[in-house]
Design a protein around this ligand. Structure first.
Ligand code: ATP
Ligand code: MG
Length: 455
């Protein structure tokens, strides 16, 4: 393993000088073994948390009581937090009556045995080396997610592990060992009993991994259990000559295509929008007399559903609001013209001020991914989207105005020229002027705009 950061080793050394045992554990060990620098270091120790607190404080280390019910205190060394937890097992399955209780133990192996996956159940010590009773290092080499112990029991104990398995598989591009995979599918229904914000955190991890499409294809049961609104998309035939996939498969392909177009650098809102863009299709489906399927109003209904889903999952507004907007406009007609691009920028300025440029690029990526994921028949449209991106770049390079702050006149001019008092009317006048400038009816220069105000 790569050398553990010195600040974390200070915690291990302090505890061991006082006669306790301590190990670095969990995610940091996993990441170090695969050559990735972990983002935080967790320590596990035989010391009861009050002892940990006392020992660390007398070694001059700042300590906070962050989760003493579970035996956790947080040491802060050189400004970096080190979560330090007493060896424990979860009471929820040693006695089923007190699901929230933990039982402290004296053997680090028992502590490792309560952890979710073999790759997360390794401990490392600067002198004693790696402690890996469940074959986590081999599973890292084999790129495998495998439950520690009996998988059915482990997912039954805590259904959140179902999503954690998928999240780790997505993040690292690992596969899930077959028995673990069967057990997690069987336990996916248990997610209904898990707090929505915890589901949201794991899902956000899956979405941000850039492999949500992969998860939709490989683990549809899990994704549909996590977001029940997706369930109806699974096997829902689009009944259209332009689509070769059902709604869920199509969604998976759109997620993958978005990642491909952005070289994996898709924004979180684009990733979420790709996952949710067709969520309202089953609910808005109708057939015409020829038997062809239509989804009238599905982007609008989908935006409403997306907003609801993202709120429920406690996804922050800075991602949820633009994601919802992208769902709302993903089917909107956009043309490869300067005017159409400026109108889109203008619209996004209202909903997400200051973020209109990246959002407009996101919209084009989403539309293109949507187009190429339908059927080869609409692939020609992708070329049109290239032209749109060029039109957008040109419009931005020319510094064309699409928002009030870019006009050459301001509210004072409006009040003077129009003889109206300050108030919302001033903003409305300026907004209609922006529309005229965007449409090319008024050039963005001061003389012309003052003349327009006089009309
Ligand atoms: P990340 O890089 O995402 O933080 P991590 O492995 O550090 O990965 P955490 O959620 O921070 O994940 O948890 C730290 C460790 O605690 C895990 O490595 C695992 O050993 C254990 N753990 C966390 N959640 C669970 C759970 N629900 N069931 C069993 N063990 C868990
Ligand atoms: Mg962690």
């Amino acid at each position: 393993a790569a050398a553990c950061p010195a600040y974390a080793l200070r915690v291990v050394r302090a505890l061991e000088s006082a006669g306790w045992e301590a190990w670095v554990v969990g995610g940091w060990v996993r990441d170090a073994l695969r050559g990735v620098r972990g983002h935080d270091v967790d320590v596990t120790t035989s010391a009861p948390w009050r002892e940990t607190e006392r020992v660390l404080a007398s070694a001059g280390i700042e300590v906070h009581e962050t989760g003493t019910r579970h035996g956790t205190v947080t040491a802060v060394v050189d400004g970096r937090p080190v979560e330090t937890t007493t060896y424990r097992v979860e009471g929820s399955y040693s006695d089923h009556r007190h699901p929230d209780e933990v039982r402290f133990v004296t053997d680090v192996r028992e502590d490792l045995a309560r952890r979710d996956f073999t790759i997360n159940a390794m401990a490392w010590h600067p002198d004693r080396g790696l402690l890996d009773p469940f074959g986590g290092a081999d599973d890292l080499l084999g790129r495998t997610i495998r439950a520690v112990g009996d998988p059915a029991r482990r997912f039954d104990e805590d259904a959140l592990r179902v999503l954690r398995a998928v999240r780790f598989a997505c993040r690292m591009g690992f596969s899930i060992e077959p028995a673990t995979q069967r057990a997690l599918v069987a336990s996916a229904g248990g997610l209904a009993g898990i707090a929505q914000e915890r589901i949201g955190q794991e899902l956000d991890g899956i979405v941000r991994s850039g492999r949500a499409g992969w998860a939709l294809m490989a683990e549809p049961e899990v994704m549909c259990a996590a977001i029940p609104e997706l369930q109806d998309s699974w096997g829902f035939d689009q009944n259209s000559p332009f689509h070769v996939y059902d709604v869920l498969e199509h969604t998976a392909h759109v997620c993958c295509a978005c990642e491909a177009f952005t070289a994996g650098l898709a924004s979180p809102q684009l990733r979420w929008a790709a996952l949710l863009h067709d969520v309202a299709k089953p609910a808005t489906y109708s057939e015409d007399v020829t038997g062809r399927g239509h989804f009238f109003g599905h982007p609008k209904a989908g935006a409403r559903m997306s907003a609801q889903i993202l709120r429920r999952l406690a996804i922050p507004g800075e991602v949820a609001v633009p994601a919802t907007l992208l769902v709302r406009y993903h089917d909107h007609v956009v043309l490869p013209t300067r005017r159409s691009m400026l109108r889109t920028l203008q619209k996004f300025t209202h909903a997400c001020p200051g973020r209109e440029v990246p959002l407009t690029y996101d919209l084009l990526d989403l539309k293109r991914a949507d187009a190429v994921s339908k059927s080869p028949k609409v692939a020609g449209y992708a070329h049109e989207l290239d032209e749109m991106a060029v039109a957008l770049r040109r419009a931005l390079a020319s510094h064309a105005a699409f928002k009030v702050s870019q006009l050459e006149v301001d509210g004072t001019d409006v009040m003077r020229q129009r003889g109206i008092p300050a108030g919302p009317g001033v903003g409305m006048v300026l907004e209609s002027l922006v529309t005229c400038v965007v449409d090319g009816d008024v050039p963005n220069d001061r003389e012309a705009e003052l003349r327009w105000l006089e009309l």
